[in-house]
Design a protein around this ligand. Structure first.
Ligand SMILES: Cc1ncc(COP(=O)(O)O)c(C=O)c1O
Length: 492
C-alpha cells in the first residue's frame, strides 16, 4: 500500500520547488540578456538570492558543510529522488559549486542559442574523463564490439595518457589519432559504426593545433556523434565551441580562469539536446546535469567548495585578463621571431603560423564590438606560445635555466609568466614516439606570458638567450624538503 500521507507531504515540497524553479528560470533569462563581463561577475548569484538565503553576503559564500539537513522525511524523499532542487551531500552537489557551475554554463554558452549546463570537477583531467567515459559504455546489444573514438593527437600530455594508456591499453577501447586536425578527410576516414565520439583540443597545448570546428561538428553530427572540445587554452573569453556546433566543452578551469594559481578545477559544459546515437534520453537531454547527478554521484570526482569559490572569484575578470595576456604574448612572440638563435616561434597570432588564417576565423575577444576601446571585432590569440631554440636540447636547457623573471614550472594561464620544456615535463610520459606524433621536439620551450609588462618579459628572455654562449652560469645543488621543495645546500 502506498503511504499516501507521505505522498501528499512530498507533493507540497514539489509544489514549493516549482516556484523556486520558476524564479531561477526568470533569473537565467535576465542574465542571458547581459554581456559577458556581467555574467562573469554575477553568474546566477543575485542580490535576492543573497538576501533570502545567504545573510546578504555580496560574495558567494563557501559552504564547507558536507551535507544538507531536511525539514522532515517528505522533504528528504523529494530531494533524494531529485524532484526538488537539492544539494544533499557535497560529493554530489554543493551551493558554492552551484554558483560556479552556473557562471561557467553562462560563459561557455554566451552567444549560443540554446540551453547549457555545467558539471564542475576536481580537475581538468577529471572533466575530460567525466565527459568521455559515459560514451564508452558497453552496448548490451553488441557486447563484443571493439569501441573506438577519434581524437586529435596534439593534446595535453595527461589527455594523451588517458586516451592511450587508460582507455586504449587497459580497456581495449581504440583511440584513433588524427595527425593533421585541419584535414577534414582524415577525420571522416576514421569514423565507423563503433565510433562513439570525436574529440579535439584547440588551440592545443603546446603545439597550437587548430581545426575547422564548425566543419568537424557537422561531420560528427552527420554520423550521429557528439563533438567534445577542450578549449582550455582559449577560455570562453576567446572561443565558445558550443556556438560553432560542438556538443560538449571541457575546461581545465585551473588555467586562465583560475589565473591566481590558487585552485585546481575542471568543468564539463554541454548543450542540452546533444547529438549522440549512443546512450539514453537522459544523457542527451542535459548531459552535464546527467553527469553530475548520476555517474559522478557514483564515481565521486566532483569539486570541493573551497576551490569552487577561489575559481569563481578569479574568473570575474577573465575577458580583460585574456585581452591583456594576448596582447603581451603577441609582442613577446614577435620579438622572439626576430632573434637569430631561435629556430621558430609557434603562436597562432603570428601571420607566419600556418594556421593563422584558420585561427583568425574563430579566436575573437568576446564583446570587443561592445567595448569602447575597440568598437569592432578583434582577434586575440591567447597567452600560450612556444619557441624552438637552435642547436637542440642542450642550448634549450641553458636558455630555460637562465630565466629569472619567468618561472620554471609545469603550469599555464597564470597571472605570472611561466615556462616549461614539454618534452621533459608535461609530455614526458608519452615517450619519444608519442611526442613525435604530437610534434613536440626536445628543443621546444612553452611560454605562457602573464600580466607583467611585456618589456620585462622580453628583457628576461633577452638575457636568457645570451646564456647560450655560456655567459650566464647557474648551478643549484639542492637539498629537498619532505614535501618536495628544493633549496640550495648551504656551504656548497
Ligand atoms: C589543454 C589542457 N587540458 C586539460 C588539462 C588538465 O587540467 P588539470 O591540470 O586541471 O587536470 C591541461 C593541463 O595542463 C591542459 O593544458
Amino acid at each position: 500500500m502506498p503511504d499516501t500521507s507521505s505522498s501528499a507531504g512530498v507533493g507540497r515540497y514539489v509544489a514549493a520547488a516549482e516556484r523556486a524553479t520558476a524564479r531561477r528560470a526568470a533569473d537565467l533569462a535576465a542574465m542571458r540578456r547581459c554581456r559577458f563581463d556581467t555574467l562573469a561577475v554575477h553568474g546566477l548569484y543575485t542580490m535576492q538570492e543573497a538576501l533570502d538565503f545567504n545573510q546578504g553576503s555580496i560574495i558567494e559564500p563557501i559552504f564547507m558543510s558536507t551535507s544538507q539537513a531536511y525539514r522532515d522525511s517528505d522533504e528528504m524523499e523529494a530531494a533524494l529522488s531529485y524532484r526538488i532542487p537539492t544539494w544533499c551531500y557535497s560529493r554530489i552537489a554543493n551551493p558554492s559549486t552551484y554558483y560556479l557551475e552556473n557562471t561557467l554554463a553562462l560563459l561557455d554558452g554566451y552567444g549560443f542559442q540554446g540551453e547549457t549546463s555545467c558539471c564542475a570537477t576536481s580537475s581538468g583531467m577529471a572533466a575530460i574523463h567525466t565527459a568521455t567515459e559515459p560514451f564508452l559504455a558497453v552496448d548490451p546489444k553488441r557486447p563484443g564490439a571493439r569501441l573506438n573514438f577519434v581524437a586529435t593527437c596534439q593534446v595535453y600530455g595527461g589527455t594523451f595518457q588517458l586516451f592511450n594508456v587508460r582507455y586504449m591499453q587497459e580497456r581495449g577501447v581504440e583511440c584513433r589519432w588524427i595527425r593533421n586536425s585541419a584535414d577534414l578527410d582524415e577525420w571522416a576516414s576514421k569514423i565507423d559504426e563503433n565510433t562513439r565520439f570525436l574529440y579535439g583540443e584547440m588551440p592545443s597545448n603546446p603545439g597550437q593545433a587548430f581545426f575547422d570546428l564548425a566543419a568537424v561538428a557537422r561531420l560528427a553530427h552527420a554520423h550521429g556523434l557528439p563533438l567534445i572540445v577542450d578549449s582550455t587554452v582559449a577560455s570562453p573569453a576567446l572561443l565558445r565551441p558550443l556556438c560553432h556546433g560542438a556538443d560538449v566543452v571541457v575546461q581545465s578551469v585551473t588555467k586562465s580562469m583560475t589565473s591566481s594559481g590558487f585552485g585546481i578545477c575542471g568543468a564539463v559544459i554541454a548543450r542540452h539536446g546533444l547529438t549522440s546515437r549512443f546512450g539514453g534520453d537522459e544523457l542527451r537531454a542535459n548531459f552535464a546535469g546527467y553527469l553530475k547527478l548520476l555517474p559522478n554521484r557514483d564515481l565521486g570526482p566532483n569539486l570541493s567548495p573551497m576551490n569552487a569559490i577561489l575559481s569563481l572569484n578569479d574568473l570575474r575578470t577573465l575577458r580583460s585578463k585574456m585581452d591583456l595576456l594576448s596582447r603581451s604574448t603577441m609582442q613577446v612572440a614577435a620579438w622572439l621571431e626576430r632573434q637569430p638563435v631561435i629556430e621558430g616561434v609557434d603562436y597562432l597570432g603570428l601571420p607566419s603560423h600556418p594556421l593563422h588564417a584558420l585561427a583568425s576565423r574563430y579566436l575573437f575577444l568576446v564583446d570587443a564590438e561592445h567595448d569602447a576601446q575597440y568598437g569592432q571585432p578583434v582577434n586575440r590569440y591567447g597567452h600560450l606560445m612556444s619557441f624552438r631554440v637552435k642547436g637542440g636540447p642542450a642550448p634549450t636547457r641553458k636558455v630555460f635555466d637562465a630565466m629569472q623573471r619567468i618561472w620554471r614550472a609545469t603550469d599555464l594561464g597564470r597571472i605570472k609568466s611561466v615556462a616549461t620544456i614539454p618534452a621533459i615535463s608535461t609530455h614526458s610520459q608519452q615517450g619519444e614516439e608519442g611526442r613525435c606524433l604530437a610534434g613536440i621536439p626536445s628543443n621546444l620551450i612553452r611560454l605562457c606570458v602573464g600580466g607583467e609588462h611585456p618589456d620585462d618579459i622580453i628583457a628576461d628572455l633577452d638575457q636568457a638567450l645570451r646564456a647560450i654562449d655560456g655567459k650566464v652560469q647557474r648551478a643549484v645543488p639542492a637539498a629537498f624538503s619532505a614535501g618536495g621543495a628544493s633549496r640550495e645546500q648551504p656551504g656548497r
